[in-house]
Design a binder for this molecule. Structure first.
Ligand code: 3PG
Ligand code: MG
Length: 400
């Protein structure tokens, strides 16, 4: 895969696909990690005299037409404003994706300038399964620029026009973030042992494929958070009103049997924090998994599980962690996720945190980011990489 060094960017308009999909509270950015992670490539291009035109998505705009989506938002305006602050230069935002405003902005760029196109997902064709629809959009995007750099690691698992089709049309390279992410995830193919994986997040269905692929590689898989309740239920425990994927119980049972057959230790919570409902101030109590009440819902793992997970991590030489193990957004239910983050941050081996939510959790809970070897900007993308899947955006960048 070629890097930026393979392109002569001076004086050229470079269409840069970044992943600037940050969490928002209204129009306030609650975690700007993805914007900061995109800065090295942007700065490198600027230093080399490129005219940087950024395309990125934000959220999942709804509506069948471009007009509906623009009306519903979200606009990239808060992201352009934050990027401008971080770079210390103006970052104008086109009022459209690949129309008159985009063309005017592109034509007005001087060497070293940075500008952005509006939310690429305002164009329904961006995410279309119809090759022709995507081709029309990617043609318009490519016409804005001379070169393409793919640096949106977190979106590489999407077969979208700006990720997958545009690099077909322009001389292209992978940005520094994509190269760094791929280098680290590649190291997990041949891990130093013990290799311990911690998986959390809402649903087992998102993680079954990665667990299956990890059975040949990991020594221990610790399962917490929303997905763990389906595992506990499959073992016959009461999980009350906790998150459950009832239609996955059979598959989950099978994966537990496969893990045992592979000699992979699968570790589940032994106690849970049961709340009366899903609310930041919900009345709550710790219960062993053997005695969880039918009318409660678990929002975090309990103290015995925090200790158990820390003990199972203590000797790890390699760790991959994806997904919070409790509702860390509510301070009363953040102890489990904080304990996992702290236990991993104590380790000296290769420690990789994957995923927007876990990365945001690390920062929100105040665990220093530099205590981890790598905090990935891609949740879905890093999981699909570890599943052994071909990421469409990576394949596109690898094509010459
Ligand atoms: C992400 O947030 O996971 C990436 O930016 C991709 O976004 P998506 O899941 O909406 O495709
Ligand atoms: Mg996602």
């Amino acid at each position: 895969m070629n890097g930026i060094d393979s392109l002569d960017v001076a004086g050229k308009v470079v269409l840069l696909r970044s992943d600037l999909n940050v969490p928002l509270d209204g129009t306030t950015i609650t975690d700007d990690g993805r914007i900061r992670a995109s800065l090295p490539t942007i700065n490198k291009l600027r230093e080399r005299g490129a005219r940087v035109l950024i395309t990125a998505h934000l959220g999942r705009p709804k509506g069948d037409t471009y007009a509906d989506r623009v009306a519903g938002g979200p606009s990239l305006a808060p992201v352009a404003a934050r990027l401008s602050e971080l770079l210390g230069v103006p970052v104008p935002l086109a009022s459209d994706v690949a129309g008159d405003s985009a063309r005017a902005i592109a034509a007005g760029l001087a060497d070293g300038d940075v500008a952005m196109l509006e939310n690429i997902r305002f164009e329904p064709a961006e995410t279309s399964k119809d090759d022709g629809a995507r081709a029309e959009l990617s043609g318009r995007l490519a016409a804005l620029a001379d070169l393409y750099v793919g640096d949106g690691f977190g979106a590489l698992h999407r077969r979208h026009a700006s990720v997958y089709d545009v690099p077909e049309l322009l001389p292209h390279a992978a940005g520094d973030l994509v190269q760094a992410e791929v280098a680290v995830l590649g190291q997990l193919e041949h891990p130093s042992r013990p290799y311990v994986v911690v998986l959390g997040g809402a649903k087992p269905s998102d993680k079954l494929a990665v667990i299956a692929n990890l059975l040949d590689k990991a020594d221990r898989i610790l399962i917490g958070g929303g997905m763990s309740y389906t595992f506990l239920k499959a073992q016959g425990y009461e999980v009350g009103k906790s998150l459950l994927e009832a239609d996955r119980l059979e598959e989950v049972g099978k994966i537990m049997a496969d893990a045992a057959a592979h000699g992979v230790e699968l570790v589940l919570p032994v106690d849970l924090v049961g709340a009366v409902d899903y609310a930041p101030d919900a009345e709550h109590q710790v219960y062993p998994v053997t005695a969880f009440p039918a009318d409660r819902e678990s929002l975090d793992m309990g103290p015995a599980t925090r200790e158990l997970f820390a003990a199972k991590l203590a000797d790890a030489a390699t760790v991959f962690w994806n997904g919070p193990v409790g509702v860390f957004e509510f301070p009363a239910f953040a102890a489990g996720t904080k304990a996992v983050a702290e236990a991993i941050s104590e380790l000296r081996g290769l420690t990789v945190v994957g995923g927007g939510d876990s990365a945001a959790a690390v920062r929100r809970l105040g665990v220093p980011e530099d205590r981890f070897s790598h905090i990935s900007t891609g949740g879905g993308a890093s999981l699909e990489y570890l599943e052994g899947a071909t990421l469409p955006g990576l394949a596109a960048l690898e094509r010459s």
